[in-house]
Design a protein around this ligand. Structure first.
Ligand code: G
Ligand code: G
Ligand code: MN
Ligand code: NA
Length: 256
């Protein structure tokens, strides 16, 4: 299809671009890292959001090349921030990964090469997977997840609370962080029952020895409620929208 040809061109000709959204340490307000989110600067159609091309990239297998591009460029960006001393050694970058990428046997080798090329420490890279990927995954997925962990990369479950899966897997999977979906966070501050529910989810995450990150924080009140409940990290429009790397650097020099 036209789209596949165009997408191949987009990767080759650097029409893809990354925006970054800050992740904040709720106790201190410090920016502890960013999530990389891909956009496609299409020559005719303008800036395309991931929802308009990621599904097709997944169907056609283009997601493997696209994902490799995202990994390489986000880790290179982190290296640049480190070299410019915009960030300290604990600052991390989160990258979204899809099922097809996880099932690609070369994933681990790609990640290892990128880390070697840039000199970035594996622990500064966090790979985000969705709940369903983590739960329904077969042998290849387990191979990739274990391989990434062996490299020292951190793993995070994205969109937690939207799936239908059993919670027992939280103890079995080799993950470090759980990101609570914004649909659970949006009622905080107005809905008393929602507050109890999120407290229980946090309790569960911590009982499994994992770190919690709440996404979709849009108000100071939500940030404060989550901080009080012991949620370690937060992300959302209240702290900053996804933005180009230069804007993030400006935000960091103002806040840290
Ligand atoms: O940036 P935005 O909120 O529009 O992102 C929408 C969705 O696209 C998110 O769920 C996000 O996980 C996904 N997404 C963004 N960037 C990437 C990427 O580089 N790879 C994959 N697989 N998904 C991405
Ligand atoms: O599924 P994933 O977490 O990868 O999706 C990230 C998406 O969430 C991005 O497209 C980003 O634009 C969106 N997002 C980030 N913060 C907020 C927020 O505070 N409110 C809303 N509604 N969306 C957000
Ligand atoms: Mn994500
Ligand atoms: Na999410």
């Amino acid at each position: 299809s036209v789209m596949i040809t165009e997408m191949r061109e987009a990767i080759r000709e650097d029409q893809l671009t990354l925006h970054y959204q800050p992740v904040v340490d709720l106790a201190t307000g410090r920016i502890e890292g960013v999530e990389a989110l891909v956009r496609w600067n299409h020559p005719e159609r303008g800036l395309l959001m991931p929802d308009s091309f990621i599904p097709l990239a997944e169907e056609t297998g283009m997601i493997v090349d696209l994902g490799h591009w995202v990994l390489r460029n986000s880790v290179r960006q982190l290296r640049q921030w480190q070299q410019e001393q915009q960030v300290d050694s604990t600052f991390n970058v989160r990258v979204n990964i899809s099922t097809t990428e996880l099932q690609n046997l070369e994933l681990i080798e790609h990640v290892r090469d990128i880390l070697r090329e840039t000199g970035v420490d594996a622990s500064n890279l966090i790979v985000e997977l969705t709940e369903s990927m983590a739960v329904n995954g077969g042998d290849v997925d387990q191979y990739s997840l274990n391989g990434l962990r062996r490299l020292g990369v951190q793993l995070e479950i994205d969109d937690f609370g939207t799936g239908y899966s059993s919670i027992s897997y939280l103890r079995k999977l080799p993950v470090n962080v759980v990101k609570i979906d914004r649909s659970l966070i949006s009622g905080l501050g107005t809905d008393e029952q929602q507050r109890d529910f999120v407290a229980a989810v946090l309790h569960l995450i911590h009982a499994c020895g994992l770190k919690a990150l709440a996404e979709g924080i849009e108000t100071a009140e939500q940030a404060e409620i989550l901080r009080e409940m012991g949620c370690g990290s937060g992300q959302g429009y209240y702290f900053g929208r996804p933005a180009p790397a230069a804007d993030i650097a400006a935000l960091m020099s103002r806040r840290t």
